[in-house]
Design a protein around this ligand. Structure first.
Ligand code: IPD
Ligand code: CA
Ligand code: CA
Length: 281
């Protein structure tokens, strides 16, 4: 298991993520003031302070590593190692007092994800993976679900706060809702990915995520036996604007639905309000 590997990054990453998570919980209880980065793009002192803490801890242990964090951007030292830091994934939830948020730390070596940790301080759940060593939730091995029919799936998606009007995802949300047990939109992409890894969700997709949202969660899904691609089954890239994760079994069905939606086929028109009322009785 990952923790017994002397070269493992996970134990130190877990320590950092837990420390940052404890800090987030202190701020969460204080109901901190919200600021706007954009139209509906929120940020708080908790996002900033958590990133400062995480950067300090990474620099203390691995001073030569590159770090890309959501709030402070990239520090490029030319290292083969690069960290992707989301100091608070789920800021909108956090700001409204809805307890679904986490800390996400992903580590890449020469363009390959090698380790990832996602910590949910509200449930004390730590998801972790090291390349080739499986995925874990609080030290217990986790695996993706075994559901093979899309119609029996619970899936998830998200809507980025940036350029909301240019995002076609509402069509996808509509169509996939009609073809599954439901689509959850919980507000933390990193936790959504971990829910796929642990079999709580059977699939997840989102447009326009950033590398700090996905780096850790993608590796955790893959190490749990799942699949992550773009919307045309191409290899997932950290700078990709499309993320589709699943248990692997329902991947072809999701890709098929996406192709239909992109082609403008299979769209179910909203019923007239009179018709809808009639059907309800
Ligand atoms: C957001 C969350 C959300 C997703 C957005 C992300 P943030 O990250 O992951 O679930 O839908 O696209 O930007 O801003 O809370 O770190
Ligand atoms: Ca995020
Ligand atoms: Ca964030």
């Amino acid at each position: 298991m990952t923790q017994s590997n002397p070269d493992s990054f996970v134990p130190a990453m877990a320590e950092i993520a837990r420390e940052a998570g404890a800090l987030l919980m202190e701020y969460f209880q204080q109901h901190v003031k919200v600021e706007y980065k954009g139209d509906a793009d929120l940020v708080t002192v908790a996002d900033r302070t958590s990133e400062i803490l995480i950067r300090d801890r990474i620099k203390a242990r691995w001073p030569a590593h590159d770090i890309l964090g959501e709030e402070q951007g990239l520090v490029d030292t030319g290292s083969d190692y690069r960290w992707f830091v989301d100091p608070l994934d789920g800021t909108t939830n956090f700001a409204h007092g809805f307890p679904v948020f986490c800390v996400s730390l992903g580590l890449q070596h020469k363009d390959r994800l090698v380790a990832g940790v996602v910590y949910d301080p509200t449930r004390d759940e730590l998801f972790a993976a090291e390349r080739g060593s499986g995925a874990y939730l609080n030290q217990q091995r986790v695996q993706v679900s075994k559901i093979a029919n899309l119609s029996e799936c619970l899936v998830a998606t998200g809507f980025p706060s940036h350029k909301r009007h240019k995002n076609p995802n509402i069509h996808f949300y509509h169509q996939i809702t009609l073809r599954t047990h439901g689509v959850r939109r919980a507000g933390s992409a990193a936790l959504d990915l971990c829910c796929v890894a642990s079999g709580r969700f059977d699939g997840f997709w989102e447009f326009n995520l950033n590398p700090w949202d996905t780096a850790a969660g993608v590796l955790i899904v893959e190490e749990a036996g799942g699949k992550v691609t773009d919307f045309k089954d191409g290899a997932f890239q950290l700078n990709s604007r499309e993320t589709l994760a699943s248990n692997g079994l329902v991947h072809p069905a999701l890709l098929h639905e996406f192709a239909e939606i992109f082609a403008g086929r299979g769209l179910e028109p909203l019923p007239e309000i009179q018709e809808y009322r009639k059907e309800r009785v």
